[in-house]
Design a protein around this ligand. Structure first.
Ligand SMILES: Cc1cc2nc3c(=O)[nH]c(=O)nc-3n(C[C@H](O)[C@H](O)[C@H](O)COP(=O)(O)OP(=O)(O)OC[C@H]3O[C@@H](n4cnc5c(N)ncnc54)[C@H](O)[C@@H]3O)c2cc1C
Length: 342
């Protein structure tokens, strides 16, 4: 079944989870010509499907470069752009974020940081002109050269492909006891790895995130605004507004507290009308040291996880890195290897 990789000759390879991580890894396995099956029961985690999908290498609040983003960002852009061409579909949207400044000091920091390596490609000009219904007396810093991924479309198109090939198992993972000794499973089931593998629970610091979909607003549709929360235009007057961060109630249920947080943050800078259409929640698989969690647990079980708040940015580079480890026995980067928690 697996062409070219002798050690996998008699093995079946399973991926558990078709979120951003599992989908991306499955596409890389396809590209390497490695046959595999993907297990997914969507009801367990909505994180990837509700995400805003921003590929953003800058922590806007602190104007800091995300660790290793100089590796992640070009790989992510290249992967999604060429996949779009190959599949003749559209799931990425080039965008700019205008970060609304709260303090005068922030503007100075922006100007200083925009000359620093890496940040200089993304921190652009400071806009002073007013926007109707938007309060930004100190101006807005333009974050450029980023994009966002329609994660739902990305995942669903690959699932459809797997389904056609009879390689998607739509149901709950049945555990390793149904596997043959030589079969392999790669765990891509996000924050739920804590529950299936309690020995790795200590690595996680998952965060629940909530978003709202709003309509009928006077927000600009040609840019994303950010000030505590972002407003992502989806077209036809619909915006995704988010996101919150919470360490409790780690499930996909929306909450009144989450909603009031989102409204409060939005109302600080946006003074126009809007209607809330829907509220969404998910759990991000954050790792304590904010680095991914990759590697091998034993002969049979592997992990491709820990994309935290930045699955779209990180998954393509990490999938290539993981594939080289999995198929060619190349070393994993130590700081991403799950062995650091064992
Ligand atoms: C509100 C919010 C906003 C976000 N915004 C962004 C953003 O702008 N940009 C960005 O890059 N990231 C964003 N993220 C983070 C991003 O969603 C995560 O990085 C990503 O979802 C991690 O994907 P994953 O594939 O590891 O896990 P998941 O998305 O959790 O996918 C795991 C899959 O496995 C399935 N599964 C689990 N257990 C089983 C089982 N036992 N049997 C069968 N199937 C199972 C689940 O149902 C799910 O389909 C956001 C997250 C949230 C919550």
């Amino acid at each position: 079944m697996c062409q070219g990789f002798l050690f996998l000759m008699n093995s079946k390879i399973y991926i558990l989870g078709a979120g951003i991580a599992g989908t991306t890894l499955s596409i890389f396995l396809d590209k390497a010509g490695v046959d595999h099956w993907v297990y997914d029961e969507p009801k367990f985690s909505r994180s990837s499907r509700i995400a805003a999908g921003l590929a953003n290498p800058v922590v806007l609040k602190r104007q800091k470069w995300v660790n290793a983003a100089e590796l992640f960002m070009p790989a992510s852009r290249q992967f999604f752009t060429s996949l779009e061409k190959e599949l003749k579909t559209k799931f990425i949207h080039h965008a700019e974020i205008e970060h609304v400044f709260h303090k005068a000091g922030e503007v100075n920091d922006w100007l200083v940081n925009s000359n620093k390596p890496h940040l200089n490609q993304h921190l652009g000009s400071v806009k002073k002109e007013t926007l109707p219904f938007v309060e930004s007396p100190l101006g807005r810093g333009v974050l450029q050269n980023i994009f966002w991924l329609d994660t739902h479309h990305y995942i669903e198109q690959h699932k459809a492909k797997l389904r056609r090939r009879d390689r998607l198992i739509e149901g709950e993972w049945s555990g390793t006891n149904t596997l043959k000794a030589e079969d392999k499973v790669i765990y891509c089931h996000g924050h739920l790895l804590r529950e299936s593998h309690p020995s790795l629970a200590k690595a996680f610091s998952p965060t629940k995130g909530e978003l709202m979909l709003i309509k009928g607003s006077q927000l600009p549709e040609d840019r994303i605004l950010h000030a505590g929360v972002f407003t992502l235009p989806l077209g036809n007057g619909l915006f995704k507004v988010g996101a919150s961060y919470a360490h409790q109630n780690l499930n996909d249920e929306t909450s009144a507290k989450g909603l009031s947080f989102l409204e409060e943050k939005l109302n600080i800078f946006y003074k126009g009308p809007y209607e809330i259409e829907e509220q969404l929640a998910g759990v991000r698989p954050n790792i304590k040291d904010r680095k991914p969690l990759l590697g091998r647990l034993n002969e049979q079980e592997y992990v491709f996880n820990g994309m935290g708040s930045r699955g779209v940015l990180m998954a393509p580079y990490l999938a290539q890195h993981f594939i080289e480890f999995f198929l060619q026995a190349k070393a994993l980067k130590k700081e991403w290897d799950l062995q650091r928690f064992i």
